[in-house]
Design a protein around this ligand. Structure first.
Ligand SMILES: [Zn+2]
Length: 203
């Protein structure tokens, strides 16, 4: 899902991407009920939803939920700041590579159901400009197209082309930090399910 900031009455620009790692409307965790940002679903899927009242109740009863949400809000601040710097300093090819890598990370899909129109809108450029960058990546064998899908074939090369912003936005953690994060998330999810009497199915 793209999070969009309005640039005029009819247009908006993407400021960050949300996938399985994140949440939309997470500013509610700070008590903020309205937003000037809007959202656009790039790739369909399923999500969990919680009302603001229930969220407030859960945050007061599960301290780790507050910590998880605040951590995520901090990461959206980093992403939107990095995204602004990226638009000013880096080439379209670098930004396109970053976008494709991020979209793959956050959707867990090998082949992405995205169009060039959609990419042009996300990157804030005209469609012919994005087509040219596409041709460069395709010519190098970095991705292939099949029935409306873009399949990344050479992720290593894509990572080399992408600007530093990709790694900065990943907020990469070492193994111990990842294990701790996973433990905390599972604990928080279990506590949420217990609070609202929801059965938890492991995947
Ligand atoms: Zn960049």
């Amino acid at each position: 899902m793209s999070v969009l900031a309005k640039t005029d009455e009819h247009n908006a620009a993407e400021v960050w991407l949300v996938g399985r790692e994140g949440a939309v409307g997470s500013a509610a965790a700070l008590g903020i009920r309205t937003s000037t940002l809007s959202h656009f679903v790039q790739i369909g899927g399923s999500a969990l939803r919680i009302g603001v009242q229930d969220l407030n109740r859960a945050m007061s009863e599960i301290p780790s939920l507050r910590a998880v949400l605040h951590g995520y809000l901090h990461s959206t601040l980093v992403q939107s700041s990095q995204s602004a710097a990226c638009s000013l300093r880096h080439s379209l090819l670098q930004r396109l590579a970053r976008w494709l890598l991020t979209a793959q990370d956050r959707s867990d899909m090998d082949a992405l159901p995205i169009t060039q129109d959609l990419l042009a809108r996300s990157l804030g450029v005209r469609r012919p400009t994005v087509s040219e960058a596409f041709r460069v990546l395709e010519h190098r064998g970095i991705f292939g197209r099949e029935r409306g899908l873009i399949r990344i074939l050479d992720r290593g090369s894509l990572e080399q082309i992408a600007c530093h912003c990709y790694r900065a936005m990943c907020l990469r953690r070492d193994r111990r930090e990842r294990a701790e994060m996973r433990r905390r998330l599972l604990f928080t999810l279990s506590a949420l399910c217990a609070l609202f009497e929801i059965e938890l199915f492991a995947q």
